[in-house]
Design a protein. Structure first.
Length: 168
């Protein structure tokens, strides 16, 4: 092999090495670019995830605030209802004279002992769309059916005695 052949082989090898080095640098740059894109993509995904968590937390806070306000509203409605019940006998359309009323609270709000009109009236005050409870409905039916009695109880040194009077 001559020196010219050796130089050609060396030049071909050098050119191949240079070409491979250039390709290696190109691949290395492409890998760096892909790594950079991946990191940016991961950062965007993390930001979106964080934004989602922040949105969930904000929604949860709004739900808690709503529930608090709803509870306060219901509490206020109950208080207004109690106040309305207490003042109901003073209303001009109340079915009996207010001085005949006694507050019970449960199972009915009032009982009226209207001696002038010779009647006893059980009164339940309801607001808005409220309805009688099942117990109140049953008691109303018993009253309407005349299943009302009077019991006189005597407590003395001999104990307790009672006498029940009924229309039935």
């Amino acid at each position: 092999m001559g020196s010219l052949d050796a130089i050609i082989i060396i030049l071909v090898c050098a050119f191949s090495i240079a070409s491979m080095y250039g390709s290696s640098l190109k691949i290395k740059n492409e890998v760096k670019n892909l790594q950079k894109e991946l990191a940016q993509s991961q950062l965007r995904e993390q930001q979106q995830f964080d934004a989602g968590i922040a949105a969930q937390n904000a929604l949860k806070a709004k739900e808690e605030a709503y529930n608090t306000l709803l509870g306060q509203k219901k509490s206020s409605e109950v208080k207004v209802g109690f106040l309305a019940e207490a003042l109901a006998p003073l209303h001009e359309h109340f079915p009996v004279p207010p001085e005949t009323c006694r507050f019970l609270g449960a199972p009915f709000d009032f009982v009226s002992f209207d001696l002038e009109n010779e009647r006893i009236v059980f009164i339940e005050c309801k607001s808005n769309g409220s309805v009688l409870s099942p117990k109140q409905k049953k008691l109303k039916q018993l009253i309407l059916d005349g299943k009302v009695e009077f019991a006189e109880v005597r407590i003395g040194k001999d104990g307790v005695t009672s006498k029940v009077s009924s229309k039935m």
